[in-house]
Design a protein around this ligand. Structure first.
Ligand code: SF4
Length: 336
């Protein structure tokens, strides 16, 4: 039986503000097996990044009210003290962010930073840690790693910095790598190289990967399962096959229509109308209803639960399964 690496149960993250309570994450539950690749997709403000900041213990505990359970190998991370969390972060959970400069210290040489990350968790000499740092830089495809290790982050290109971040994220062979928009700031060619590198590293280190992105195209190629988030909730979850060949939620359909494909004319892209809602004044019923082309009366008053409709495929929408299938099929016809 596959081992459950991560189980998130009814996670809620709220930020009290002068204007009201921001419900950034509103009852999110999911799990991840060892070695699995999960894509988490949604627009800004969908709660996807906040969910994983909670998981990494990076939310300010004074500003955020976090409830629920985050079980990592059965241990509830929300019950850990900050110093215990720090031990797990880095050694068992690695991270790669959109902006490497937020994680790489500008005043320390890259090799030294990776070596210090190793020494913070393992009893090794500075010399051995530095040798391992050079080896990691080599493995992530940085040329002349001995020389590069002695340079500062600003001497690296954007793509090189992201490679260095991946080296840092994986230097302790964590069981889970969380990559939050890891390629958004990079040009298309470098993006593809970095995503391929994450795939290769995942195979080499047998690391589970959670890829957080606004781009369904990225998850299609680089993950096994997808979770779509909207207004702090998961609105659809399934395998890549489920989502690409039979998505059930109107929001997912909207995301799919807004993906740019190299083989399609740009004018065929249709952005989702309207904007994501305020997380203080979330619309009643289905929070997507003000933007949904298929809205019904019930959608305005009743929150649709996230329900499994077919094996491993769940969505939160009041349309019947037959209606979802019929609408998806008609959209595919229009696209082809
Ligand atoms: Fe649209 Fe209603 Fe489904 Fe929400 S529940 S996505 S408003 S059809």
């Amino acid at each position: 039986m596959t081992e459950k690496l991560l189980e998130v149960k009814d996670l809620r993250v709220q930020f009290p503000t002068g204007d009201g309570i921001v419900k950034a994450v509103d009852g999110v539950s999911f799990s991840l097996d060892a070695g699995e690749r999960l894509g988490v997709v949604g627009e800004s403000g969908s709660g996807k990044s906040v969910t994983f900041l909670a998981l990494m213990g990076l939310l300010d505990r004074k500003a955020a009210n976090v409830t629920g359970q985050i079980l990592f190998r059965g241990q509830d991370l929300l019950k850990l003290r900050p110093d215990e969390f720090r031990r797990i972060r880095g050694s068992e959970i690695g991270m790669v962010f959109q902006d490497p400069m937020s994680s790489l210290h500008p005043l320390y040489k890259v090799g030294k930073q990776i070596a210090e990350a190793i020494q913070a968790h393992e009893d090794v000499t500075a010399k051995d840690a530095f040798t391992r740092a050079i080896d990691m830089l080599d493995r992530v495809g940085i040329p002349r790693p001995e020389d590069r290790a002695k340079q500062y982050p600003h001497e690296f290109s954007g793509g090189m910095r992201q490679r260095a971040m991946i080296a840092m994220g994986l230097c302790l062979s964590p069981d889970l790598l969380i990559a939050d928009e890891p390629t958004t700031a990079l040009d298309v060619t470098v993006q593809a190289q970095i995503l391929d590198l994450i795939d290769r590293m995942r195979d080499e280190f047998q690391t589970a990967v959670i890829m957080i992105t606004h781009d369904l195209g990225v998850v299609a190629e680089h993950t096994d399962r997808v979770q779509v988030m909207y207004a702090g909730k998961i609105v659809e979850a399934g395998t890549i096959d489920h989502i690409y060949h039979g998505a059930h939620h109107p929001y997912t359909w909207g995301l799919m229509q807004s993906i740019s494909r190299l083989d399609e004319e740009q004018e065929r892209l249709k952005p989702i109308k309207g904007a994501p809602p305020s997380l203080i004044f979330v619309p009643s019923g289905c929070s997507f209803h003000p933007r949904c082309p298929y809205v019904m009366d019930v959608c305005k008053t009743e929150v649709p639960p996230l329900e499994e409709e077919e094996y491993g495929h769940a969505s939160a929408c009041h349309l019947t399964l037959e209606e979802k299938k019929r609408i998806f099929a008609s959209q595919v016809e229009v696209r082809t």
